[in-house]
Design a protein around this ligand. Structure first.
Ligand SMILES: [Zn+2]
Length: 135
């Protein structure tokens, strides 16, 4: 039999910044993004399963760039219906400004989420040394 029923779902675990191996403990030292100075600080290892979090030094810089670009264009989805876009006036530039503003505001979450994606790419469920699935 494969796929143990106690395995927490992948996407919710990623969105709530849970450990990629046991999906129970949080990955970051701080639950929220404040204080901003150490919002990206990872735990040394998971306190539940012992999965190492700091094995990679360059966590998610490229992924963060890609996510920023995706969000930048996703802003079209709300900007276009609300304010409208036209090549006849300056609305394209207003959109670029508004979208840049939103992307900058979302940076703390984008940066953390990029690290999560990076961790989940390299660590799959149940691969840590001390993992116990049948609890
Ligand atoms: Zn864990």
């Amino acid at each position: 039999m494969s796929a143990p029923s106690k395995q927490p779902m992948l996407i919710p675990a990623m969105l709530t910044m849970k450990c990629p191996s046991c999906r129970k403990s949080t990955v970051f030292v701080n639950e929220g993004i404040f204080p901003l100075g150490n919002m990206l600080e990872l735990k040394d290892e998971c306190e539940i399963c012992g999965q190492r979090m700091k094995s990679e030094s360059n966590n998610g810089g490229g992924i963060n760039y890609a996510l920023s670009m995706v969000l930048f264009f996703l802003n079209l989805l709300w900007y276009w219906p609300i304010f409208g876009l036209s090549y006849k006036d300056n609305s394209v530039f207003y959109y670029l400004g508004a979208s840049t503003f939103v992307v900058i505001l979302a940076q703390p979450w984008l940066m953390r989420f990029s690290r999560m994606i990076y961790l989940y790419l390299y660590v799959s469920f149940g691969t840590s040394r001390r993992v116990t699935i049948e609890d």
